[in-house]
Structure formats: structure tokens, C-alpha cells
Write a protein that binds this ligand. Structure first.
Ligand SMILES: *Cc1c(COP(=O)(O)O)cnc(C)c1O
Ligand SMILES: [Zn+2]
Length: 420
């Protein structure tokens, strides 16, 4: 890894250093390992101008990632739109609300960011097989990146996933394994598989590198705000990794002098049916009680979140908060975002929008803050969730009479005709 400023892995608990190997836990205290960089050297190499002249993808921040940009596996991920959400903002009472629309990635979720980094590193380690334990979106992204990288893919998912996520993986022809159980069972199985087989499990033995990919969401938002950190981020929580890494990304830009330090607040959202992080937050505890998930927000259905503790620490350190929403509110949130801003999000997006609404009502999010809501996955993958709530089409014969009859039946009146 000659081209990278990554220097070693470091235990987040005891601080012990490890070489940049395909490992993820500390041998001494079982703490998780994290990539550590030479920030001084990085700071000399990276300028705003250098980044702005880079490719229109997440790889414009290659120097801040733990892999060699020359050999990175890039399927066009990142630099997704940051949309000023005036309609939704007006409705919620927020003057400066932005939507980070990460639906617009190659496999339609933010997971392409983490998998792009993990795949690149896996190739540097000369693995021939890419694998994952997934709640759905990760499966899509791993299958696609393995195809692009010419690697074998072994993808493990809970058997009860949405059609869109099963097809969205199967199309790339991975070995797709549907496990009878939830994500936590899939993950436990994959830990065993990864002990036995020499595969690059992106979110197990590659996890320290994988997680770094999420930092690019923090970088992009700052760059797109004109090199300014947001005041408040609203992020969906599953394992808690995305949430903590967006914050790491924002902090790094300020360490590197690319944005001014601003005490960015980090708030999270979960569905009530799987809310172990929010539940601990509400108890004012750093101790997560694992839950058995029961929610339509399947992409967030992790009952025993690996980074839950660190998410809670970030929440406390940044004066953030956690919101929970019912499954009904998940659907309402999806509809609200679609109807106000023209963005069709998956269930995780519904969690974020309804969670944001709750945080505004509770007074946690203030009307004058620059707020960024992270929409991490696209709605066509979770159609089952909204199908019962949408208006069915007017079904007619191909005649003007039939059209007007249907319109009148629905609205009671006909719209004004030309020249009337
Ligand atoms: C995986 C996922 C998340 C959150 O993931 P973390 O495990 O918390 O990093 C959020 N949104 C979507 C759509 C996801 O697929
Ligand atoms: Zn340790």
C-alpha cells in the first residue's frame, strides 16, 4: 500500500498498533481495529484545489482512504447530489435543510462507498473471493464489485429480504446464500465461515478498511456546502458504522485545514422495531441491549450493532440525539420526501425523514441550523413497504369518455377545459 497515507491499524480500545493486514479485532482486548493515517504527510499532499480537480466520484478523496488509488475498483460511486430541500424544509420549519441523495450510486445505496474501498484493499491483499453478511444493500454492492473486479462473490442474506434486493444481487451471479434467520444469525454464521475460508468478508476481516469508505459522505457534504461543515447531520443507524464515520470524515477535513472546525451535531434514527442504539441512548446508557428485529426497515435491522457503543459516544460528544419511528411513520417519511422533493427513498430514508421530523418537534434540531439528512438507499428496492400506501392508478379504456368518467368519479368534478 505504497500510495496510501494509511500507516497502521490501531485498537480503538487499548490503542495497540497492528500492521495493515486483513484483520479486524485486537488480540489482547478484542477491541475493533481502525485505520490510522499519517495526517501530517496527508495534510501536505491534500488541498481543496487538488480534490476539486479529481474525478467526479468518491475517488477524488483517494488520498484520505486506505488504498492505492491507481488500482482502486471504481464503478462510479459517490459525488452524489446534495439537494437544497426547500419544500420539505418549509414543511418541517427548517430554513437550511439539505438532502444528501445517496440513492444515486451504481447499486442505488451508500454501500457502494464502503464496498469500493473494501474491494480495492481485498485485491491488494490478493484475495480471489469477496464475501459479506448483508441486510440487503451490501449484498447488491458486493456482488456488483466482485463482478467488476473479476472476483468470486459469496453473499449471505436473511431469507426474508425484499424482492428488489434479492434480484439486485442475483443479477451479478454471485453465490447467493439465503439464511433462515435475521441479520444477526447471518453475521454469526459468516464469522464462522470467515474463520474457515480465506475470503475477503468486506464487513468482517476487511471491516477496518470497509468502514473508511463511509467517510467520503462527510467529505462530499462539506465540499458541496462550499467547504463548510454542516451544523447537524441526521443519519440512519444499523451497526452504527456509517454514523461514526461520517463524523470522522468531517473531523479529518478540519484537522487537515480544509474546513473550519464547527461543532457539527450528529443525530441518528432507527425504526422502533429495531432500535437498540436509540433505546440505550434513552436510558442514558452506553450499554446496548441486543434486540430481535421486527420492522419493515430491513436494511437497518441489526439487533446487536457492532459499532453501537461508538455511535452512542459520538452522540454524547456532539450533543446529538436518537429518534425512533414506527413502521407507519417509515412509510409516511418515504411519501413525504417523494411528495415534497421528488426523491424516492427506501425504508431507511423513511426512518431518517420521520426521525428528523420528530427531532424538530422535540426541539433537538433548530430551525436555523444547516441540516443534512442522509438518504442512503433507493425506493425501488423496497416496493413492498409502500405498496399498501400508494394511490392505485385510474384504470380506464383508451377513450376520452372513460378518462373523464374516472376523473369525475375520483374528484367529483372535471378540471377546467381549454377556452372554458
Ligand atoms: C447499511 C445501511 C445503513 C447503515 O449502515 P451501518 O451498519 O449503520 O453502517 C443505512 N442505510 C442503508 C440504506 C443501508 O443499507
Ligand atoms: Zn486492544
Amino acid at each position: 500500500m505504497t500510495m496510501s497515507f494509511a500507516r497502521n491499524l490501531k485498537c480503538r480500545e487499548c490503542g495497540r498498533d497492528y500492521p495493515l493486514d486483513p484483520i479486524h479485532v485486537c488480540e489482547f482486548c478484542f477491541g475493533p481495529l481502525e485505520v490510522f493515517y499519517d495526517y501530517e504527510a496527508m495534510g501536505r499532499a491534500v488541498t481543496r484545489d487538488h480534490i476539486e480537480r479529481g474525478p467526479p466520484t468518491m475517488w477524488r478523496y483517494a488520498e484520505l482512504l486506505p488504498c492505492n488509488p491507481e488500482t482502486a475498483v471504481d464503478i462510479g460511486t459517490g459525488l452524489t447530489p446534495l439537494v437544497r430541500a426547500r419544500n420539505l424544509g418549509r414543511l418541517l420549519g427548517l430554513d437550511r435543510l439539505y438532502i444528501k441523495n445517496d440513492c444515486q450510486n451504481p447499486t442505488w445505496s451508500f454501500k457502494d462507498r464502503v464496498v469500493s474501498v473494501a474491494t480495492s484493499v481485498a485485491r491488494e491483499f490478493e484475495f480471489d473471493t469477496l464475501a459479506c453478511a448483508s441486510t440487503g444493500n451490501l449484498a447488491n454492492s458486493v456482488a456488483a464489485h466482485a463482478a467488476r473486479a473479476g472476483m468470486k462473490a459469496r453473499v449471505f442474506i436473511p431469507a426474508d429480504l425484499e424482492q428488489g434486493k434479492i434480484i439486485g444481487s442475483a443479477i451479478y451471479s454471485p453465490t447467493l446464500v439465503a439464511v433462515d434467520g435475521g441479520y444477526d444469525e447471518v453475521n454469526r454464521l459468516c464469522s464462522e465461515v470467515s474463520d474457515k475460508y480465506p475470503w475477503a468478508f468486506v464487513n468482517i476481516n476487511m471491516r477496518p478498511y470497509y468502514a473508511e469508505g463511509s467517510k467520503t459522505l462527510g467529505y462530499e457534504v462539506c465540499e458541496q456546502l462550499g467547504w463548510r461543515a454542516p451544523d447537524h447531520c441526521i443519519v440512519p443507524l444499523a451497526s452504527g458504522s456509517l454514523y461514526t464515520k461520517i463524523y470522522k470524515g468531517i473531523k479529518e477535513l478540519s484537522w487537515l485545514g480544509l474546513v473550519d472546525w464547527r461543532a457539527t451535531r450528529m443525530s441518528g434514527a432507527q425504526a422502533e422495531g429495531c432500535s437498540p442504539i436509540a433505546e440505550a441512548w434513552n436510558r442514558r446508557s452506553f450499554l446496548i441491549k441486543p434486540q430481535k428485529p421486527n420492522t419493515i426497515a430491513k436494511s437497518l435491522a441489526i439487533g446487536n450493532p457492532a459499532d453501537g457503543y461508538y455511535a452512542l459516544k459520538t452522540m454524547a460528544d456532539t450533543n446529538g440525539a436518537a429518534a425512533t419511528v414506527t413502521d407507519e411513520e417509515v412509510v409516511e417519511g418515504i411519501q413525504l420526501l417523494a411528495e415534497t422533493e421528488g426523491i424516492f427513498a427506501e425504508t431507511a430514508g423513511g426512518v431518517v425523514i420521520s426521525g428528523l421530523r420528530r427531532l424538530v418537534e422535540d426541539g433537538h434540531v433548530r430551525g436555523d441550523e444547516v441540516v443534512v439528512a442522509f438518504i442512503t438507499g433507493a425506493g425501488l428496492k423496497t416496493q413492498e413497504a409502500v405498496l399498501p400506501a400508494i394511490q392505485p392508478p385510474l384504470t380506464i379504456r383508451a377513450t376520452l369518455d372513460s378518462f373523464e368518467e374516472a376523473l369525475e368519479e375520483r374528484d367529483g368534478v372535471l378540471p377546467a377545459a381549454r377556452g372554458a
